[in-house]
Design a protein around this ligand. Structure first.
Ligand SMILES: [Zn+2]
Length: 448
């Protein structure tokens, strides 16, 4: 039995802005909250308990990276000033096709280490066509909560031969991953059905992917309406706007996560809300690829759940929830109107709404039985102000904290990152290993 006692932290439960409990103990047992407050003191006769001193620290539900491409971590710092489609064709797809299982493993371990050390407890990863086992192996070893799968791309009109799998082949690979990884590591690992986007998939594949996800109760992970050229291409091919087309093939549902949704309108908001589909806002990626800005206030007002993601390191070029929170909170300000999105709303997007989008059901907040996935923040570190929680903790987290404030990351009741150990328990590859992997990946890219 794994038991962890987090002592004396200020608990920010995020169920409401006032859900703040100063100097409160928290006991977890086998990945769930067992007791909060005075009952959290474990009786001496029971199994041993690991202790984590959180006095003067803030404990909150862990950050969720709800849209990520771990296979792209080694593709960061690539060409600049490109829009989505030329950037995909010229850099990302050759890079993904060039991976072998060794470079995929380095890419995944580096990306997960970057996430865990920024307080991320769960990841929704798009994966790629081949070497998906290397992604799951890295996730299993790291202790992070991971939802991923092989990306589905089968349309010869729009995808390169090096990064294409026929519909039956791609879905058979998803089934193989399901049999091998789904529900493993105490339920930390899950397989998602991941049609990349409408442009890269045939109609038949999208319908079959929707049926598989529905039959097996799986998360669907896709991109939509990121870029104007992409939207025009989908409409030209299908006669429908992008989001309506995804609905027509059966892909929109309560377990579907749609990354971006930048070029969306009232009818899309109504459709997404009606299907209870989640949107994942990736502000850095959308600005870097000059895609535009997701209408988050309108989506939220329509009742759409919005989570946050970094997208791949190739279009960000960081995997850092603090940067995404800050941008998400600031961007509505370009309209010259304040109060469209509060700091509290943004912290919820980065945490509990992400968890809900990934299908991690269960009680919210610091409630007995809730999942024991936490980030612990030190307000004395970095450049925020010491322990100013009583005034406005959410503004401090969004606007003045960063990864330097993260002292520990707890997943499933186990401490997976401590500030004292920047190697993240040896997960982060050494510089020489990263350098060698980048060199061999880029050499193979040149041959593609
Ligand atoms: Zn993406």
């Amino acid at each position: 039995m794994t038991r962890l006692l987090i002592e004396g932290g200020t608990l920010l439960g995020l169920t409401a802005p006032g859900d703040v409990r100063p100097a409160t103990d928290l006991l977890t047992e086998d990945g769930r909250i067992r007791a909060v407050g005075p009952e959290a003191a474990p009786p001496a006769r029971r199994d041993p308990v690991e202790r984590l001193d959180a006095r003067g620290k803030w404990v909150l539900p862990g950050f969720v990276q709800a849209h990520l491409h771990l296979c792209q971590t080694l593709l960061r710092n690539g060409p600049e000033n490109l829009e989505l489609l030329p950037w995909l064709r010229g850099h990302v797809w050759p890079g993904e096709a060039a991976h072998d299982s060794a470079t995929m493993s380095v890419s995944a371990r580096l990306g997960i280490a970057e996430c865990l050390s920024a307080g991320v407890t769960a990841i929704l990863d798009m994966g790629t066509i081949r070497h998906s086992d290397a992604l799951f192996e890295a996730a299993a070893a790291s202790g992070v909560r991971y939802v991923g799968g092989n990306v589905l791309m089968d349309d010869p009109r729009t995808t390169p031969p090096s990064l294409r799998a026929a519909a039956e082949e791609g879905l058979a690979e998803t089934e193989r991953l399901l049999a091998t990884w789904h529900g493993k590591e105490n339920g930390r690992l899950a397989v998602a059905v991941s049609p990349r986007f409408a442009v890269s998939c045939t109609d038949g594949l999208l319908r079959a992917a929707a049926a598989l996800a529905r039959d097996r109760g799986l998360v669907v992970h896709t991109h939509a309406s990121e870029n104007r050229g992409e939207c025009a291409l989908v409409e030209e091919r299908t006669g429908l706007p992008n989001v309506a087309y995804l609905d027509a093939v059966g892909l929109l549902g309560p377990r579907t996560c749609v990354a971006h949704a930048v070029h969306t309108d009232e009818s899309d908001f109504r459709l997404l809300a009606g299907r209870r589909t989640s949107v994942v806002h990736c502000p850095s990626s959308n600005l870097k690829l000059a895609s535009g800005v997701c209408p988050v206030p309108e989506l939220a007002r329509a009742g759409v759940r919005v989570a946050l993601g970094s997208d791949g390191a190739a279009c960000n070029n960081l995997l850092d929830p603090f940067r995404e929170m800050r941008l998400a909170a600031l961007l509505p300000g370009v309209r010259g109107e304040s109060g469209l999105l509060s700091a509290f709303d943004v912290v919820r997007m980065a945490t509990v709404q992400g968890a809900a989008a990934l299908g991690l059901a269960g009680p919210e907040g610091f409630t007995v039985g809730a999942r024991a996935d936490f980030v612990i923040l030190d307000p004395d570190a970095g450049w925020s102000l010491p322990d100013d929680w009583s005034a406005e903790p959410y503004g401090a987290i969004v606007y003045s904290m960063g990864r330097e404030n993260v002292t520990a990351t707890v997943v499933d009741g186990v401490v997976r990152y401590r500030r004292e150990d920047p190697s993240v328990g040896g997960l982060k590859p050494a510089p020489a290993e990263i350098r060698d992997a980048v060199r061999s990946l880029r050499a193979r890219m040149r041959e593609i």
